[in-house]
Design a binder for this molecule. Structure first.
Ligand SMILES: Nc1ncnc2c1ncn2[C@@H]1O[C@H](COP(=O)(O)OS(=O)(=O)O)[C@@H](OP(=O)(O)O)[C@H]1O
Length: 307
């Protein structure tokens, strides 16, 4: 979640909230490698990652795991609305909602937060803090087809003034395919999760399915986390969670970055940028990494990634 939520208190969030000084450098210079994976230097530090090792998850934490640009802000909004429907209490974000982003003292402060806490993360499965599993927190895993994910990621880099730009789509595509982008390789992220989708306390949701039938998706999310909204509440939440509704409010909810974060919300936007060669390259990569796997099937690649 490369989010610029205005609810962040001064000094509490990632340093990117101030000013990125690397803005003129090529994007690869703006990442730092932590345990072999590139992260944006302005949002993730090795000190914070060290402190994260000792993070104590709770059994009622709500964990949202996704590769960047797969719709985590969308799901976060839906869950906040489900909580509101349940308790009439507005979910407050006292900390930046991405678990691995922020200062190292963040996890101490998080001990004071009331349950349930929402923990969004783009960390790969094997980099998640062990207490999430030990304490049996529920994890919702959100996936989106890799072609639209790449296009969304590219636009985010090039649209948001604070974030380093890529020289061209071709440059970004090359880095994306090598996994040399923030939070590493989409395909590694997927391969890691593929073995765990049927684990206890894990539920998979596909961006494209949610877009196709929002009310059904909201119902599944509610059941998984133990919320019991009425039919009417589901309808209200659906209406508030469409792309257009969220984009219309995006400056209010996410500040200046809102319209970039809620950019287009479409399935198949990849067709606007992918060349034939890039198409084939990604098809090959998908085949090599995910064809024949449980996750490969769930991603419905042939429906969403073929011209
Ligand atoms: N309500 C709704 N409906 C459909 N699509 C939506 C919705 N909300 C967010 N989005 C789209 O999700 C993309 C951003 O994903 P993330 O929120 O995970 O981004 S981030 O990694 O946290 O920066 C980004 O995709 P693109 O528009 O393709 O760039 C958002 O537009």
């Amino acid at each position: 979640m490369l989010d610029k939520s205005p609810v962040l208190g001064p000094g509490r969030g990632p340093r990117s909230y101030n000013k990125i000084i690397h803005v003129m450098l090529p994007a690869w210079q703006d990442v730092s490698y932590i345990q072999g994976i590139p992260y944006p230097v302005t949002m993730c530090t090795s000190e914070t990652f060290k402190a994260l090792d000792a993070f104590e998850a709770r059994s009622d934490d709500i964990v949202l795991a996704s590769y960047p640009k797969c719709g985590s802000n969308w799901i976060l909004h839906i869950i906040s609305e489900l909580m509101f429907a349940d308790s009439k209490q507005k979910y407050e974000y006292p900390e930046f909602p991405v678990l691995e982003c922020g200062d190292p003292e963040k996890y101490q402060r998080m001990k004071q937060l009331p349950s349930p806490r929402i923990l969004a993360t783009h960390l790969h499965y094997d980099k998640l803090p062990g207490s999430i599993f030990k304490n049996k927190a529920k994890i919702l895993v959100i996936f989106r087809n890799p072609k639209d994910t790449a296009v969304s990621f590219f636009h985010f880099h090039n649209d948001v003034p604070d974030i380093p730009s890529y020289g061209s789509w071709d440059d970004f595509f090359r880095q994306f395919m090598k996994g040399q982008v923030s939070w590493g390789s989409y395909f590694d992220f997927a391969i890691n999760w593929n073995k765990h989708l049927d684990d206890e306390n894990v539920m998979f949701i596909l961006y494209e399915d949610l877009r196709e039938n929002l009310a059904t998706g909201i119902k599944r999310i509610a059941e998984f986390f133990g919320f019991s909204p009425s039919g009417e509440q589901i309808q209200t939440i659906s209406a508030q969670s469409t792309f257009h509704a969220m984009r219309a409010k995006s400056q209010e909810t996410h500040g200046a970055v809102g319209p970039f974060l809620f950019r287009k919300g479409e399935v198949g936007d990849w067709k606007s940028l992918f060349s034939e060669t890039q198409n084939q390259e990604m098809d090959e990569k998908f085949k090599e990494c995910l064809a024949g796997t449980a996750l490969g099937k769930k991603l419905k690649y042939n429906s969403y990634c073929q011209p």
